[in-house]
Design a protein around this ligand. Structure first.
Ligand SMILES: Cc1ncc(C[n+]2csc(CCOP(=O)(O)OP(=O)(O)O)c2C)c(N)n1
Ligand SMILES: [Mg+2]
Length: 361
């Protein structure tokens, strides 16, 4: 949980109401980030207690990237969520108890014990289960966007991927096809400075946000530690996509504050770099904004903690899956069910709830 005290003064631009966010929206962004951090911190404890098999991957310090982007997506949009983007699952409506059960390989986890920790997604909420091969989710999102375009539906797909993914062929193939076909897809590049132990300086000679232009669409670089800036960039990209103007690449500049996974002590990361980014913590930033606006952030923290405590209890009571069922539902049999629609808490969707206004015909 973020612990930095709020400074005496808050920059004016942080308090000024953003055009498209209500005060409740701004509180919601904070709540989803607090939930993500709190869940991952508790999961790390469960891991150290031997209750989480394998390793554990988290997005500590990167909460604004998934919270801000997912908050801008509509109920009928589709999301391809990656391993450091837990807030996206929460925003779409996944119950935290199922997330803890997932981490612990329990029967009530999202994959019902078929996969440990991060490779999951609730397709009934419009999220594609994570494909481990990076960045294949870019191809999947591009395919979803292709379907929306062919069907004439005003919908959008979004995927996150890391800086390491930009060196893979799939990155270029997805960007090229999305550009050629003017597809309604948003690519969120989570530039957290490292791909495992490889720093970005050894990953690319040119900032990959510049590559978007080569594929015929805009690339924008955003402060990935500012949930409201992430929201606004994604909202604008979605509006552009729905208007038929095609994809956008959003580079979220952030920092991986923990090791690649729980087993990695990240000795290869300079301490000063981590310290510098700690001062830019995304949760502290949103806390300062809302404290300045008079919100009761202590009550919010207490509510989030109670939610997490209750979720852990539910997950611990979930049984291990029946070994006899290990091979069932691993491969698709029969006709696959289509993805369902997710929760979309942004106030801007209130009028469109029920979706009729979102479908072009
Ligand atoms: C094609 C492929 N190669 C290697 C891996 C193993 N792997 C999983 S995450 C990861 C690091 C990826 O770095 P980055 O894309 O920057 O994402 P980050 O973990 O920093 O969010 C690696 C090497 C993989 N999943 N897929
Ligand atoms: Mg990275």
């Amino acid at each position: 949980m973020a612990t930095n005290a709020a400074p005496a003064t808050t920059p004016a631009e942080d308090v000024t109401a953003p055009e498209h966010l209500t005060r409740d929206d701004r509180v919601a962004l904070l709540r989803y980030m607090l939930l993500m951090r709190g869940i991952e911190e508790r999961a790390m404890t469960l891991y150290r207690q031997g209750k989480v098999p394998g390793s554990f991957y988290d997005g500590h310090g990167q909460e604004a990237v998934s919270a801000g982007a997912a908050f801008a997506m509509g109920p009928r949009d589709r999301l391809c969520v990656l391993h450091r983007d837990l807030a996206a699952h929460l925003i779409r409506g996944v119950d935290p108890a199922r997330i803890f059960a997932q981490y612990m390989g329990r029967a009530d986890g999202l994959t019902r014990g078929r996969d440990g920790n991060v490779h999951f997604g609730d397709r009934t909420l419009g999220c594609v289960g994570m494909v481990s091969m990076l960045p294949d989710m870019m191809i999947v999102a591009t395919g979803l966007a292709m379907a929306f375009k062919l069907r004439g539906e005003a919908r959008c797909a979004l995927t996150w991927f890391g800086d390491g993914s930009t060196s893979r062929g799939d990155f270029h193939e997805a960007m090229n096809w999305a550009g050629v076909q003017t597809l309604p897809v948003i690519f969120v590049l989570e530039n957290n400075q490292y791909a495992y132990s490889t720093p970005t300086g050894r990953q690319f000679a040119v900032d990959p946000v510049q590559r978007a232009e080569a594929y015929g669409f805009p690339g924008v670089s955003v402060d990935g530690n500012d949930a409201e800036a992430m929201f606004e960039a994604t909202r604008a990209a979605r509006e552009r996509a729905l208007a038929g103007h095609g994809p956008t690449l959003i580079e979220a500049v952030t920092m991986r504050m923990h090791g690649h996974a729980a087993h990695d002590d990240m000795k290869y990361v300079p301490t000063e770099q981590v310290e510098e980014w700690r001062r830019r913590d995304p949760i502290d930033r949103q806390l300062r904004r809302l404290t300045a606006l008079g919100a009761d952030v202590d009550a919010l923290r207490a509510e989030v903690k109670a939610t997490i405590d209750a979720a852990v209890e539910v997950a611990l009571a979930s049984p291990m899956p029946d070994p006899a069922s290990a091979t069932s539902d691993v491969f698709c049999s029969g006709e696959p069910e289509p993805l369902g629609d997710g929760q979309a808490p942004w106030s801007g969707f209130a009028a469109a709830r029920g979706d009729a206004a979102e479908v072009a015909g």
